[in-house]
Design a protein around this ligand. Structure first.
Ligand SMILES: NC(=O)C1=CN([C@@H]2O[C@H](COP(=O)(O)OP(=O)(O)OC[C@H]3O[C@@H](n4cnc5c(N)ncnc54)[C@H](O)[C@@H]3O)[C@@H](O)[C@H]2O)C=CC1
Ligand SMILES: C[N+](C)(C)CC(=O)CC(=O)[O-]
Length: 471
């Protein structure tokens, strides 16, 4: 499969798709008649390049190129994935989908970003309905993993399977929505919350800022890791969901929601909401707000990754797939990464504690390289670090690309001494060094012992190779 993605409509969502595809190694062709589209996508791409790699400990694939096509037909020719992201109007979507299918390969996936149209509505009148499905993403597409994948009755099952595979390779979470309904699953939910919020502002109960605070200081934090039902199961106490439902079930009959009623969409309502939103957040530009949002999302997702929870587990699994075996070159590159935002401190640079993390990651990579991998550790053997000396030579900042080289200085039975150098990728400047001493241990006795023969032989070979390179 040629990794070429075609993005039709390069606004907020198309730009996000373009960035995710390109950063995950796909060449991207964009078509958008807006003369400002190239500038806007450049800015989205800059945001995405700064933060998406921060989610990963493994190096990113070779970046794909983003080019701008002069016509829709030129953009979709030869593409393996075509993503329609034009405005939410059925007449425009029909016209654009017809143009896409007139020029794209028959075996391409044609995904629509539509927030609410059903796939069968999009497929109506299509020349090959089987290749069309809804692939509804969430903003920012380059950070949030969810894609609601909604096939219509006419969608070819092979296209669904193929689409799931591609989205998973992009680090996304394809949620197969089994029954097509207006606004899929998540937007039904968001719409309910949105309507309640409009009522609360319209009725003068709360301001836009108070509503945002009600979400971000409380249940928004719960939803990111447990969703709704798991959260409420816990809220039922020891008796779980049944008790929760018994206690709060009667509220369904009480006036706890105005959802049966829709606020009238008037100019006054728009002014009321927009003016409050301006007072709340107008001191920052949209790009500044995007960067703030992205930094917070990176920190939250990395915390979930550390806990192997929800979207964090997905990123961890993707990380494992991206991480290839180490090469045989000297110097041996053990780590290549971007410094994430949550590694910096009040001084505005990488905190000293994180250097320990980085060099620990480097020695873990080396251990796996010589056969002391996860299986070896689970079988009862490992290396423990007993001494490290770190030299901090230059400041390192969030967003910088760095790599670590690891040199085996000494390997004698249970003793292992490593020398790590952390360098800036752009100019190879040495930013920090680490002299690290490790002992091989039995995890059963918790005492030192020689490595098993295969691992000992691999370390000895590496020591000899590194010593020879030193001469
Ligand atoms: N903004 C959001 O939060 C989300 C939007 N979506 C969906 O994504 C789709 C796009 O929405 P946005 O990116 O927000 O809109 P947008 O207004 O930011 O971008 C739409 C882009 O389509 C371009 N366009 C218009 N006609 C075109 C044509 N014939 N061919 C190619 N390009 C054309 C416009 O110039 C514009 O750049 C909609 O279906 C929307 O429901 C999905 C998830 C979230
Ligand atoms: C408001 N919206 C319907 C466009 C929202 C979405 O479709 C998904 C999102 O990113 O919130």
């Amino acid at each position: 499969m040629t990794k070429v993605a075609s993005i039709i409509g390069g606004g907020v969502i198309g730009g996000g798709w373009a960035a995710r595809f390109a950063i995950m190694g796909w060449d991207v062709r964009v078509y958008d008649p807006d003369p400002e589209a190239q500038r806007k996508i450049g800015e989205v791409m800059a945001n995405a390049e700064r933060v998406l790699p921060m989610l990963y400990e493994a190096p990113m694939p070779q970046r794909g190129a983003i080019t701008f096509a002069g016509s829709l037909a030129e953009a979709v020719t030869g593409a393996a994935w075509v993503q329609e992201s034009v405005p939410e109007r059925l007449d425009i979507k029909h016209k654009v989908l017809a143009e896409i299918q007139a020029a794209c390969p028959e075996d391409a996936v044609v995904g629509s970003s539509t927030s609410g149209f059903k796939p069968s509505e999009l497929q109506d009148g299509a020349i090959r309905a089987g290749q069309i499905l809804v692939a509804h993403p969430f903003n920012p597409v380059y950070l949030l993993p969810l894609v609601e994948l909604v096939p219509g009755a006419a969608t070819d099952p092979a296209v669904i399977t193929h689409a799931k595979g591609i989205l998973t390779d992009l680090g996304m979470y394809p949620l197969h929505v089994r029954a097509e309904i207006d606004a899929h699953i998540a937007d039904r939910f968001l719409e309910a919350v949105w309507r309640e919020a409009l009522w609360l502002v319209k009725d003068g109960i709360a301001t836009t800022e108070e509503i945002d605070n009600a979400i971000r200081y409380g249940f928004g934090l719960r939803w990111a890791q447990m969703g709704l039902f798991e959260t409420y199961r816990v809220a039922g106490g020891e008796a779980g969901m049944r008790h929760f439902m018994a206690q709060f079930g009667p509220c369904l009959q009480w006036p706890w929601t105005k959802l049966t009623d829709v606020p009238e969409f008037t100019d006054e309502l728009v002014d009321l909401i927009a003016d409050q939103s301006d007072r709340q957040s107008g001191h920052m530009s949209i790009r500044e707000l995007e960067r703030l949002r992205d930094n917070n999302l990176v920190a939250i997702l990395r915390a979930l990754k550390q806990q192997e929870a929800a979207a964090g587990r997905l990123i961890r699994d993707h990380d494992d797939r991206l991480r290839g075996p180490l090469g045989d070159d000297v110097p041996l590159v053990t780590v290549q990464r971007k410094i994430p935002v949550d590694w910096t401190d009040m001084n505005g640079h990488m905190n000293e504690g994180r250097y320990g993390q980085l060099f620990s990651d480097a020695s873990e990579e080396l251990m796996a390289h010589v056969g002391a991998d996860r299986a070896y550790i689970e079988a009862g053997h490992s290396f423990f670090t007993v001494e490290t000396k770190v030299q901090y030579l230059h400041e390192t900042h969030a967003g910088e690309d760095i790599y670590v080289t690891t040199h085996v200085m000494m390997a004698q039975g249970k003793k292992l001494q490593l020398w790590h150098e952390m360098r800036r990728t752009s100019d190879d400047t040495v930013l920090a060094t680490c002299d690290q001493f490790l002992l091989h241990v039995s995890l059963e006795t918790r005492r030192s012992c020689p490595p098993l023969p295969k691992v000992a032989a691999a370390i000895d070979a590496l020591e000899a190779q590194h010593a020879e390179a030193d001469q």
